[in-house]
Design a protein. Structure first.
Length: 190
């Protein structure tokens, strides 16, 4: 994979985008842009957890169904899901049918629900490192984990959250704009 790729529209993007239109849209409109709010961050954490072991494009393609069956990732609603909903989710081919990940999402929703409004957002963003002073030149310059993602993962696990490993949390930090890993030369690198 090339570090940068010029799309059919003549625009240079990070090479992981490839030729997939949904990846292009995600890269251009979401990835690396600051995402704030308890619900949006809970959604992103949940989807990153479901992604573990899979490709992100799989999650992007299933995201509309995930949003539908997980009540828009409203923590208060998801926190009330019972065994009947879990069984219904396990039968839904429109999502990733992994019982441990479904149960983790529900358990994580309960933890977010029990926080004061805005506390989850503040907690997550408290781990955002200072902005880079040098933009990555290639994928070799982009880590899979950092001290900040290790610390976030450890703190979340200590609080009882699940499917929040350091690699997953670094991907969350990238996707929510806590870190900006757009490569030098990418049209989103500014």
């Amino acid at each position: 994979m090339d570090d940068l790729r010029v799309g059919p529209d003549g625009i240079a993007r990070c090479g992981w985008v490839g030729d997939d239109p949904e990846y292009r849209r995600y890269h251009d409109e979401e990835w690396g842009r600051p995402l704030r709010g308890d619900r949006p961050l809970f959604e992103k954490m949940s989807l990153e957890g479901f992604q573990a072991g899979l490709s992100w494009i799989t999650i992007l393609r299933k995201r509309p169904r995930f949003r539908e069956v997980f009540a828009g990732f409203e923590p208060d609603v998801v926190a009330e899901f019972g065994d009947d909903v879990v069984e219904r989710l396990m039968a839904d081919a429109g999502i990733i049918r992994n019982r441990a990940k479904i149960l983790a999402t529900i358990g994580n929703a309960r933890l977010v629900r029990d926080m004061e409004p805005g506390a989850f957002d503040a907690f997550m963003w408290s781990f955002a490192p200072p902005p880079r002073t040098v933009r990555p030149q290639s994928f070799a310059d982009v880590p899979a984990v950092t001290a900040a993602s290790d610390a976030l993962s450890t703190a979340l696990r200590k609080a009882g959250f699940r499917f929040v490993g350091s690699t997953t949390m670094y991907a969350l930090m990238q996707s929510t704009g806590m870190v900006d890993d757009h490569l030098q030369g990418c049209h989103r690198a500014f």
